[in-house]
Design a protein around this ligand. Structure first.
Ligand SMILES: Cc1ncc(COP(=O)(O)O)c(C=O)c1O
Length: 395
């Protein structure tokens, strides 16, 4: 598809990376296979040496995964993308490609619980020290943790679950002043709402499990960036450890992604209304939503996001009993540990997704024990309001 790079975003969601005429199917086909036939020994050698286009083995590449990779790269305005088995696998692949034993990295302390644990337990066991910035609003605080062993800066914006917004341009500038890359997790916005590479980030991470797929059917992740970087990750850590996305998950993700723009618009509108509703309820102590003027980084969010996405969190006036009462009184909104899908989902991070964090770590990451995360879906707004209102009445 030579024309697709010039298409606009919503067209790319449906057409990029795929030539329907060549494949004879208007829907991208599912290549549910692990291996590909070679026409000759010479061709096999050329494909493996990357002297000729072609597929080698499904741990390394697959035609359905490749359509998703090309589409994601175009959507994020990157040169290339690599699909992984999960968002965590994408973060791990990028991190271990850049840092080895004895190296360091600097990360915002407001990151998803799994990322936090990867940075504070798994990578240190491999000899990579990740220094966490305790006041990530201060670029000086970031700068102070960088030394000659630092191999990358890492941020997630907005962060899960407390919606901290990092300044992508300022962090990219800082990273480049030190000749290192900025890795940016764009899961909560998706490229429909924020384009980190255009703001200076070097590598974008996705948990495609969330908004990109959108219907909670397929786990997956992606690394997007310069072609050399992405293909070197594929040829090295990815090929040697095997965190590949299954073709079926790539196919489901492609189908889900077709409606990304429509979904991000609708869920952002619903989330804004729910955030305003919660903000006025006396049983709610505080609401974190980048779209609310009271959010500490609201102006920054307005600058780098086109909408505010569907994730919000709020602190209930009470302890675990009150949290449990709210969660158990929800009738339509699902209680689960997921976000970014068509149905609304409520989660209590401190006892589930972030249950691995100690009290001190929770506090440092700005997560309150009575904080509830709400991923607002596409349901009718009146039904959403009624459900939230009814559950708050039960406290
Ligand atoms: C912002 C963010 N990044 C990464 C991940 C990890 O993604 P996965 O569950 O696909 O491994 C998550 C999971 O919730 C997330 O919220």
């Amino acid at each position: 598809m030579t024309r697709s790079t010039s298409y606009r975003f919503d067209t790319k969601l449906i057409h990029s990376g795929y030539d329907a005429l060549r494949h004879g199917s208007i829907t991208p086909p599912l290549f549910q296979t692990v291996a590909y036939p070679f026409a000759s020994a010479t061709q096999a050698a050329r494909i493996f040496a990357r002297e000729e286009d072609g597929f080698t083995y499904a741990r390394i590449d697959n035609p359905t995964c490749q359509i998703l990779e090309k589409r994601l790269a175009e959507l994020e305005q990157g040169e290339a993308a690599l699909c992984t088995s999960s968002g965590m696998a994408a973060i791990f692949m990028a991190a271990i490609h850049l840092a080895e034993a004895g190296d360091e990295a600097v990360s915002c302390n407001r990151v998803y619980g799994g990322t936090f644990k990867l940075f504070t337990t798994t990578l240190p066991r491999m000899g990579v020290k990740v220094r966490l910035v305790e006041d990530p609003t201060s670029i000086e605080a970031w700068n102070e943790l960088i030394n000659d062993r630092t191999r990358f800066l890492y941020a997630e914006t907005p962060s899960n679950p407390n919606l901290f917004v990092s300044d992508i341009q300022a962090l990219a500038q800082l990273a480049h002043d030190h000749a290192i890359p900025l890795i940016l997790d764009n899961t909560i916005c998706s490229p429909a709402l924020q384009l980190p590479l255009g703001l200076g980030a070097d590598i974008v991470i996705h948990s495609t499990t969330k908004y990109l797929c959108g219907n909670a059917t397929a786990l997956g992740g992606a690394v997007v960036g310069e072609k050399d970087f992405v293909e070197n990750v594929r040829a090295d850590g990815y090929r040697n450890t095997g965190p590949s996305m299954s073709p079926f998950n790539a196919w489901l993700t492609l189908l889900g992604m077709e409606t990304l723009s429509l979904r991000m618009t609708r869920c952002s509108e619903n989330a804004m209304a729910v955030a305003e509703f919660l903000d006025e309820n006396p049983k709610v102590r505080s609401v974190n939503y980048p779209g609310l003027p009271s959010h500490p980084q609201h102006n920054l969010a307005k600058k780098q996001m086109t909408r505010f996405s569907s994730l919000l969190s709020f602190v209930i006036d009470g302890r675990f009993d009150e949290v449990a009462s709210f969660m158990d009184s929800l009738q339509m909104i699902t209680s689960a540990t997921h976000l970014g899908c068509n149905q609304s989902i409520a989660t209590h991070p401190a006892s589930t997704t972030h249950g691995q964090l100690s009290d001190e770590e929770l506090m440092a990451a700005g997560i309150h024990r009575s904080e509830i995360r709400l991923s607002v879906g596409l349901e009718d707004l009146d039904d959403l309001m009624e459900d939230v209102g009814h559950a708050l009445d039960k406290i």
